[in-house]
Unconditional design. Structure first.
Ligand code: HOZ
Length: 435
């Protein structure tokens, strides 16, 4: 589908001024053979392109917008904060309030530091773990993506997987020599690596619900095995809950699966749509961070007033009784509806879902790790994406991302989406069986 003429012209200009025309790779929509839409505005579950055409939005800014676009409580909080000033580089009341809300929400978090992005959160958590243990090694899992800091860009998901970049030029071998990447949902391989290297490992970092190889839920025994083995070897267990935090439940994936990490990383929802990250956990680890301790980490705009205000307002909304139950109902309707379509039309595809995070893989079987995710037919995904876009449904522009549902999506929006999907999938049937 051709993007609207204004988007097209903007993209031509953007490509001259910004690498690839975008400020984050996946949004270029290269993998689905589409030029990106430039977005004029959003309202509720819809976004509008530069010509004013509306789309039901399942990207939700890649996760933060669990309340949809322009939720009145969030807008009001930002407006109120704006009247006080945009940034002070000095402590403010709102930072304390948001930190306390995170600590109250997530059992394993006793102390938290606000940063500006998920990348900063994971990078800083790794540094804290290395300082705490006096070790250098890191274990991560194939297809998990923890932002773009050097030591974590190994077998990474998200844009790295979409663009099929094996590592990244510019990351020195000496930096990644301490990073081991293992298969997700394979507790045996993990136990073996820990038996071999456990005493050299500072941290194990994992997306407890993986969202950067498409959406892949953890097998029940996988997270428990991570906890058991890391405890045995004195390794810091880090849950990267940048996507799953406050999304799969108010207390995150750790609440949902009953496994408690030593450190957790947040972003997306805790900023209510503003740029925010946070990392936190056990006091004895967090107290090493400067100026309380010697581990250096800083940021001019960290704890930014507008971002704190938006985050507080968002958390207040989603902690209201019934919020997650309602979100579950619409999300289940979408997930079950897609699964039924796939079955009825005989399409080789799998739908994964944890709460309002969904993954649709045009794969021959179940998808529970990166290998299986990579076996998906990305051409078919691209065709599905383009068909849906033509019908006014805005999906993530890559197989290795998550479909997010927000509380602004109503049953009628879900039904509109399913009817578009039926139409598009019926067209894909011609090639069914070729995946
Ligand atoms: N890496 C993000 C999704 N996993 C994409 C961010 C963006 O393009 O805005």
């Amino acid at each position: 589908m051709k993007s609207d003429p204004k988007s097209y012209l903007l993209f031509q200009r953007a490509k001259e001024a910004i690498p690839g025309g975008v400020n984050s790779p996946v949004r270029a929509a290269k993998a689905v053979g589409q030029d990106p839409l430039f977005i004029d505005r959003g309202q509720g579950c819809r976004i509008y392109d530069m010509e004013g055409r509306g789309y039901i939005d399942y990207v939700c800014s890649w996760g933060p917008l669990i309340l949809g676009h322009r939720h009145p409580a969030v807008i009001e909080a930002i407006e109120k904060a704006l009247l006080r000033g945009t940034s002070f580089g000095a402590p403010i009341d709102l930072e304390v309030e948001l930190a306390e809300m995170i600590i109250d929400a997530v059992d394993s978090v006793e102390m938290v530091r606000m940063v500006n992005s998920g990348t900063e959160a994971t990078m800083s958590a790794i540094r804290a773990a290395r300082a705490y243990t006096g070790r250098d090694g890191i274990i991560k899992f194939d297809g998990c993506y923890h932002g773009h800091s050097d030591s974590l860009l190994v077998a990474a998901g998200s844009g790295v997987a979409t663009l099929n970049i094996p590592g990244s030029p510019g990351v020195p071998e000496s930096v990644v020599q301490h990073t081991y990447s293992l298969s997700y949902n394979d507790p045996e391989a993990f136990a073996e690596k820990m038996a071999e290297k456990g005493d050299e490992i500072a941290a194990v970092i994992v997306e407890p619900v993986a969202g950067n190889m498409g959406m892949v839920p953890p097998d029940p025994d996988f997270l428990a095995a991570l906890r058991k083995e890391t405890e045995k070897h004195g390794v810091v267990l880090i849950f990267d809950e940048v996507m799953s935090g406050f999304r799969v439940s108010y207390g995150g994936a750790q609440e949902l699966y009953g496994v408690s990490p030593d450190l957790s990383c947040f972003g997306k929802i805790v900023g209510g749509g503003m740029p925010v990250g946070a990392y936190g956990g056990k006091k004895e680890i967090m107290e090493q961070i400067a100026p309380k301790g010697p581990v250096y980490q800083a940021g001019t705009l960290s704890g930014n007033p507008l971002a704190m205000a938006a985050g507080i307002a968002a958390l207040k909304q989603i902690s209201m009784p019934g919020f997650y139950e309602n979100l579950e109902e619409t999300s289940a309707r979408l997930g079950n509806g897609l699964a039924r379509l796939v079955e009825r039309l005989g399409i080789q595809a799998t739908v994964n879902r944890v709460g309002s995070m969904l993954g649709l893989f045009f794969a021959p079987g179940l998808v529970s790790n990166f290998e299986q995710a990579k076996a998906s037919d990305t051409e078919k995904f691209a065709a599905f994406y383009r068909g849906m876009l033509e019908r006014g449904i805005y999906l993530p522009a890559a197989q290795f991302e998550v479909i997010f549902v927000s509380s602004a999506h109503e049953m009628a929006d879900i039904d509109e989406t399913l009817s578009a999907a039926e139409d598009v999938m019926a067209g894909l049937q011609d090639t069914a069986g070729e995946t």
